[in-house]
Design a protein around this ligand. Structure first.
Ligand code: NIG
Ligand code: FE
Length: 413
């Protein structure tokens, strides 16, 4: 089946095959063609170029994109989209003056979601999660990473990862699964950290590997959660089971965690609301992608990742949602891109690079996703008629997406 998109006003994020990520001053460039066509065959991009050389085909499905912009779908490399229920009460408590930390200290936060998760059946969690997945696909997300981490028990963690697997089997979107058993210490292990880490390493990891349920391993490296040494144990254990690290770090405090993640060749370090000069030095010339989560900063009123400082230092940067019930109950990458521009002072070009090709890198799929490249997956957003791609972050509260194609499928849930 061939689909030919014609008269595209701007076809943006065109890249040669082999480009994995974009760093430093290169992030300011977003290669594009004006008045272009794009040809899709089955699930792949097979050709694109100027309308002046648009091929004549026998019987293609034609989409007229006059006055519209076409871009690759978003690559959301950090989410906790699988969860049970919600935490609206904590939202109201924060409005009334409590901090995220105070709520967590009274047994709310991650442990609150873990209790709900363990009380909810696998089928019910699947039903709740698929609604969220369908919503973000309609909002232009074409590849997504989803973490466990609200089980914190052997059964709970396996249940979450099985739901992620089922979503991956039932939807055309690329899903990468991350095991986040080290998200918080369950109450019964409050004073026995090594006991819980033993459970993760000796019980959870072998079962997860056995059922092939995860691609990556994560931990919440933070004051009051997992220390640098505890996280290193987890990263080392993950490696033995073939799971590369993607680590939550520097959300509230900088405790030299980034250096440890780089040493263990983490694929990404995520959050980075608090970043020191030493952290930036550690990331230079590494394979580790820094990932910013601006809707988390927005929702719980914490600092934004210092994007300008990091880009000026020559680093790459990716953007993701962090979709989760506690700190970011939104999976909208369009909002993330707009917030990165408005609050982190990233240019639209930088923000789009961060949300596409660099996001793809941060989930290990930049060979197949994240740009308009012949041979990559046919994952595109077609906008409504707009004046230029700048309008996407500029009109931050509007949905300017007309249609989404993921692996050649038109998304209409
Ligand atoms: O990425 N920081 C750790 N984990 C999540 C929030 C977890 C929660 O509050 O449920 C995050 O923000
Ligand atoms: Fe997170």
């Amino acid at each position: 089946m061939q689909t030919l998109i014609i008269n595209i006003k701007e076809l943006i994020q065109i890249r040669e095959i082999g480009i994995q990520k974009i760093s430093g001053s290169e992030m300011a460039n977003l290669p594009l063609l004006k008045n272009a066509f794009l040809l899709i065959e089955n699930d792949l991009i097979v050709d694109f170029g100027l309308m002046s050389v648009c091929p004549t085909l026998s019987n293609p499905n034609i989409i007229d994109a006059t006055d519209k912009v076409v871009l690759p779908t978003w690559c959301d490399s950090h989410t906790h989209l699988v969860y049970a229920g919600n935490r609206v009460q904590e939202f109201v408590d924060r409005i009334n003056g409590l901090s995220y930390e105070e709520i967590a200290n009274r047994g709310g936060g991650i442990l609150n979601s873990a209790q709900k998760l363990n009380e909810t059946s696998e089928d019910e969690i699947y039903e709740q999660s698929k609604v969220r997945l369908e919503e973000v696909m309609k909002l232009g997300t074409g590849a997504i990473e989803i973490k466990s981490g609200y089980g914190l028990t052997v059964d709970g963690e396996l249940k979450m990862l099985r739901v992620i697997k089922r979503l991956a089997e039932n939807y055309p979107i690329k899903i990468k699964a991350t095991f986040l058993g080290a998200h918080a210490f369950p109450k019964e292990y409050k004073d026995n950290h090594s006991g819980y880490i033993d459970l993760i390493i000796n019980e959870m990891l072998p079962k997860i590997a056995d059922e092939n349920l995860a691609d990556y391993i994560d931990a919440f490296l933070e004051t009051g959660y997992f220390s640098v040494e505890e996280t290193e144990r987890i990263m080392e254990a993950g490696k033995k089971f073939g799971l590369i690290a993607k680590i939550h770090v520097n959300q509230f405090t900088a405790i030299d965690g980034i250096k440890a993640c780089v040493k263990h060749e983490a694929l990404s370090v995520d959050h980075l609301e608090i970043v020191t000069d030493e952290d930036i030095e550690a990331l230079k010339n590494s394979i580790t992608m820094p990932v910013a989560l601006p809707s988390c900063s927005f929702f719980i009123s914490i600092p934004y990742t210092p994007a300008r400082k990091m880009i000026a230092a020559g680093l790459p940067l990716a953007l993701a949602t962090d979709y989760n019930p506690g700190t970011t109950p939104s999976g909208n990458m369009n909002f993330v891109v707009a917030t990165a521009c408005i609050k982190m002072k990233m240019t639209p070009e930088e923000a789009i690079n961060a949300a596409t090709i660099n996001g793809a890198y941060a989930m290990g799929i930049s060979n197949t996703h994240g740009s308009i490249t012949v041979g990559k997956k046919a994952n595109v957003i077609i906008t409504k008629p707009i004046h230029s791609f700048y309008q996407l972050p500029y009109e931050f509260g509007s949905n300017l997406i007309e249609s989404v194609i993921i692996e050649g499928n038109s998304i209409n849930y």
